[in-house]
Design a protein around this ligand. Structure first.
Ligand code: ZN
Length: 384
């Protein structure tokens, strides 16, 4: 499978939120780590939330210039989120919880995730979607095919969520050991039956893959059986084969998920490495990439960004225009509509939000890569 970025989960899942702009009312965006291994008791993550709640309220009232009605409105939303957490929310295996609330505009979204999120509670004039989009776009929709000589299983996996689809059983004659002519005939019949069974499993996988519009295939099969499946696997599926592992056909879904996660992590690392390796030379040649805050913000304002690449933890203050959405590093008045620009604590966060709204992929990379030092901690691959 080549290097490509799967972007559609963002627009598919969060489509109504992408277009949401509340001009007069504030939106509360919550990302809460509710992972049971770190927070065994409900009270543990509730304590984190309540700390963030007070911080967010204080920051909003200080920096957003709110009037009394707006502050009251904000308290309604914070209260609603808080009550939902303590009275209604059940983890049921969720590791991350994402919520958006703007009661005045009838916005209320609860998105439990089987993958972790980084704690933050943001109050702003729009929902903050970048972390959710990044989290989802890191994952592909996997078709998982497990096959043995007599049985096959099909599963779907996306963002830590795994569901069993169907099981294909075949009665394959056991291989006898009398020897002689009879033995050779039985062995041939046995091989034929195994091949037919694998063909049936491969056809079922192809149907499942296409019906569900999945992105990638992972195959769990014994080493000695793989060459037989490899021979008859449909070319379309072969093209989408992301990885293979050896696991017993009766493995439980947790074991399967771990194997698929490992494949996905490896693909992600390879993609990131390939992107960073091409970034340096492309920047030097002045082709299809820009680097540095000023140029990246300009490309975002022109909606030309395909992939936004940001070093982990990079943050800068800046300015934004609430009238037209333009973001800038230092301008006092908006270069496109001449309205006064408002200061924002972190323009890099604003850049990510703008990127999500133009369907760009966002990639956060570890600090210290020479290409990112050359770019100035932030870069963008351009659409044209
Ligand atoms: Zn403007």
């Amino acid at each position: 499978m080549g290097v490509r970025f799967i972007q559609h989960p963002i627009s598919n899942i969060q489509h109504p939120l992408l277009g949401f702009t509340a001009s007069e009312h504030l939106v509360v965006s919550l990302y809460l780590d509710v992972d049971g291994s770190r927070f065994p008791r409900k009270g543990d993550y509730e304590a984190e939330f309540s700390f963030m709640l007070h911080e967010a309220r204080r920051t909003a009232s200080e920096s957003l210039n709110l009037n009394k009605a707006q502050l009251e409105q904000l308290d309604v939303d914070l209260q609603a989120v808080s009550e939902f957490l303590s009275l209604e929310f059940r983890r049921e295996g969720a590791r991350g919880l994402v919520m958006f609330s703007c009661r005045a505009e009838e916005l209320w979204r609860v998105v439990p995730l089987k993958v972790p999120v980084k704690n933050c509670l943001l109050v702003d004039w729009k929902p903050h979607l970048a972390q959710l989009a990044q989290t989802l776009s890191r994952h592909r929709r996997f078709c998982v095919l497990l096959a043995s000589k007599e049985t096959a299983r099909l599963l779907e996996q996306f963002a830590g969520e795994i569901t069993e689809n169907s099981e294909i059983f075949d009665t394959v004659l056991k291989h006898h050991s009398q020897g002689g002519w009879e033995q050779a005939k039985l062995q041939r019949r046995h091989q034929l039956q195994v091949r037919n069974h694998l063909k049936k499993a491969s056809d079922a996988a192809l149907n499942f893959f296409q019906a569900k519009s999945l992105d990638a295939l992972a195959v769990g099969i014994a080493e000695d059986l793989w060459p037989d499946l490899d021979k008859i696997l449909h070319p379309y599926l072969k093209d989408c084969l992301a990885g293979r592992f050896n696991l017993d056909i009766s493995a439980d879904t947790n074991e399967i998920r771990n194997k698929v996660d490992a494949i996905e992590t490896e693909i992600g690392a390879r993609e990131q490495e390939a992107l960073l390796a091409s970034l340096g030379p492309e920047l030097a040649a002045g082709r299809s990439y820009v680097g540095g805050l000023d140029d990246v913000l300009a490309a975002l304002n022109e909606r030309r960004v395909e992939i936004l690449i940001v070093e982990n933890g990079y943050s800068e203050p800046g300015r934004r225009c609430l009238a037209c959405g333009t973001i800038e590093y230092g301008e006092e008045s908006c270069p496109s509509c001449q309205e006064a620009m408002q200061p924002v604590g972190d323009i890099v966060e604003e850049a990510k939000e703008l990127a999500v709204r133009q369907d760009s992929a966002i990639m956060e990379v570890p600090t210290g890569h020479p290409s990112m030092a050359q770019a100035g901690k932030i870069a963008a691959k351009l659409r044209y």
